[in-house]
Design a protein around this ligand. Structure first.
Ligand SMILES: [Zn+2]
Length: 273
């Protein structure tokens, strides 16, 4: 396991926040999993504890066949927001913005440079597009807020992944997922393993949420360059792990095992579940 710590800019003097990414395994495929982008959503963080423990075991057993990046606390800014003894993790105090909106629009940033470069070779196009995404994020001017810096870091780690899972929860709910209609078939197994009560699909929910900022560029580039072979190379979903109070160990361990089983199906872990 490799730990990568990013210091966020724009802290108050004398304070410092960090975003920690835990990277496991090696191989051609990559999965990215983050929890609690709306900081006070505990079920995802609880599942991330189980995932981290299990991924360390699987890595020691040599069973990881791809790279898995885990961000158990995706929103250290929101986690520090307490108002009158109540956690406030959905909107940033400084700006009033929802932490899961307005992620950087990759499609518009990379499309001009890709014009004339994409052909019939799907895997080659995927490599080109991912490199263009990383380059576009690298050349952005310095972030103008702590929130913008955080969102860019999360996107930078996720945008070149084959699988992206953004773990949230609702107030009181069954497990449910959000994804693109085109990716529902691939996500069926995860939904079934998590015993999801519903899967909500939309091609563009609006607002540039995290999962869509990772998956939609592939769809949009495909429309923009119809002559090129552009697969939907990033399978992304928002996973609502039930309600705020669903933090029991048994349920968290079962959810983690469901996610690991899904990653195994996607070619990132060897062995059967
Ligand atoms: Zn949420």
């Amino acid at each position: 396991m490799q730990r990568i710590d990013h210091v966020l800019p724009w802290n108050c003097p004398g304070t410092e926040r960090r975003l920690s990414v835990f990277r496991f395994g090696n191989g051609p495929c990559k999965a990215y999993i983050q929890a609690a982008l709306h900081a006070d959503e505990m079920p995802g963080m609880r599942v991330a504890v189980e995932l981290k423990r299990r991924l360390r075991e699987l890595e020691a057993q040599g069973r990881l066949t791809g790279v898995i990046e885990l961000v158990p606390v995706a929103n250290p800014i929101g986690l520090g927001q307490l108002f009158q003894a109540t956690q406030q993790g959905r909107f940033e105090f400084a700006s009033g913005k929802n932490f899961n909106r307005d992620f950087f629009a990759l499609t518009e940033a990379i499309a001009p440079a890709l014009d004339g470069c994409l052909g019939a070779d799907g895997p080659a196009n995927v490599r080109l597009i991912r490199a263009a995404m990383q380059a576009a994020l690298d050349v952005l001017p310095a972030p103008t807020s702590e929130l913008q810096a955080l969102q860019r870091l999360l996107l930078k780690h996720a945008c070149d992944a084959d699988v992206v899972l953004d773990l949230h929860c609702d107030f009181e709910a069954v497990v449910h997922l959000y994804t693109l209609p085109q990716q529902w078939t691939q996500l069926r197994s995860l939904a079934a393993r998590l015993q999801a009560g519903a899967v909500l699909v939309t091609e563009d929910g609006g607002g540039s949420s995290f999962d869509e900022s990772c998956s939609l560029p592939w769809l949009r580039l495909g429309l923009q360059f119809p002559a090129a072979t552009i697969p939907l190379a990033c399978l992304a979903a928002t996973v609502e792990l039930g309600g705020m109070a669903d933090t029991g160990k048994k349920q968290a361990a079962a959810s983690a095992e469901s996610i690991l089983a899904f990653l195994a199906e996607q070619g990132l872990i060897a062995g059967d579940w």
